[in-house]
Design a protein around this ligand. Structure first.
Ligand code: UT7
Length: 316
């Protein structure tokens, strides 16, 4: 049994901040941000738009796309590093908001690899026949963790959520490879809102250059490891759906796999880096644009804080 994706959804806040707005806040400019990251704009949550609110919006859209009701969902996993509340967890909040009364709910934090690890977790439950239908969500309000005085990070991040509804079906296939490098965790950090050690700093901090180097070396490596292990040639892959952290990272990975940029979709220009939400938002865009046909082979690949990284291959 394998969890087949029946539907996808996404939800982003209405408020959009273009690069020029950031140029009013820190010493930067639109041309630098576009050239170094590919980002033109990002969505920023306001007022009632909590992480759970965004996640519930994406979940409702995914359920509608799947043609299922919320009460048919037995498992909800929300991947997030920016929950509005630690307790209750965001997944329980989503359950309450969408009325998924039958679901078991928990959150998972693997930073920008979160959606992928949540998908792996859901697949494990579904393949064992423990649950039949799962909702996997990546949702972030990174604007709440952003130091708007730090031009090294504030130009990158955005808010949003993406979701997928899975159903256990016989046949099909799902394969994944995942790794973590805890000893390198210091290059991308955010202290918890509990203010560990009495520290007041709750912002995201990043050694951008080190994270960049990690991404361009490890992402091709893990995709290669996955394809080799599964005996799949890279030419058989129709699309590589990568975490959207920087358009240059996607471009560098594409070069390592033959340079066909058409196989490496990018939407970072409109959203910035939305961490665990970026892969499901991109997947939903591709799905709704009719670019995903049944039987297509897709590689999903994530990387980020932890440090963690991984890749999965799914048949659409
Ligand atoms: O989601 C997973 C985690 N995140 C990532 O994967 C992000 C990975 N890293 C990156 O995307 C890039 O490292 C950044 C976009 C963060 C930075 O780009 P970069 O090309 O690595 O820039 P840099 O830090 O090497 O800085 C180049 C220059 C420096 O000036 P000098 O020393 O050459 O005079 C910086 O001071 O650009 C300067 N700079 C800026 N200039 C204008 C750094 N940030 C900015 C800025 N605007 N926002």
């Amino acid at each position: 049994m394998v969890g087949k994706i029946l539907g996808t959804g996404s939800y982003v806040p209405a408020q959009i901040w273009y690069n020029d707005k950031l140029a009013e806040m820190v010493e930067t400019d639109d041309a630098w941000i576009r050239e170094r990251t590919g980002i033109k704009a990002r969505h920023i949550a306001s007022g009632e738009e909590t992480t759970a609110y965004l996640a519930a919006g994406a979940a409702r859209a995914a359920l509608e796309n799947a043609g299922l009701g919320a009460e048919e969902i037995e498992l909800i996993i929300v991947a997030t590093v920016s929950p509005g509340t630690l307790v209750p967890c965001t997944a329980c909040e989503v359950q309450r908001m969408i009325g998924a009364s039958q679901a078991v709910c928990f959150d998972l934090n693997a930073a920008c690899t979160g959606f992928l690890f949540a998908l792996n977790t859901a697949q494990a439950y579904l393949s064992q026949g423990i649950y039949r239908r799962a909702l996997v969500v990546g949702a972030e309000c990174l604007s709440h963790l952003t130091d708007w005085n730090d031009r090294g990070t504030c130009i990158l991040f955005g808010d949003g959520a993406g979701a997928a509804v899975l159903e256990a079906q016989s046949g099909g296939s799902y394969a994944q490879v995942a790794h973590s490098l805890g000893e390198k965790g210091g290059v991308l950090t955010c202290l918890s809102a509990n203010r560990q050690g009495g520290q007041e700093d709750v912002f995201l901090h990043m050694d951008g250059g080190e994270v960049f180097k990690f991404a361009v070396s490890k992402v091709p490596e893990v995709i290669r490891e996955l394809l080799d292990r599964e005996g799949i040639s890279e030419n058989e892959i129709d699309l590589f759906v990568l975490h959207q952290a920087n358009a240059r990272i996607v471009g560098a990975v594409a070069k390592r796999f033959g340079g066909d940029s058409g196989k490496f979709p990018i939407n970072i220009s409109e959203y910035g880096n939305t961490s665990s939400a970026s892969i499901p938002i991109l997947l939903d865009e591709l799905n709704r644009a009719g670019k995903l046909k049944r039987g297509m082979k897709l590689v999903l690949a994530g990387f980020g804080g932890g440090l963690s990284y991984g890749a999965s291959v799914i048949v659409w």
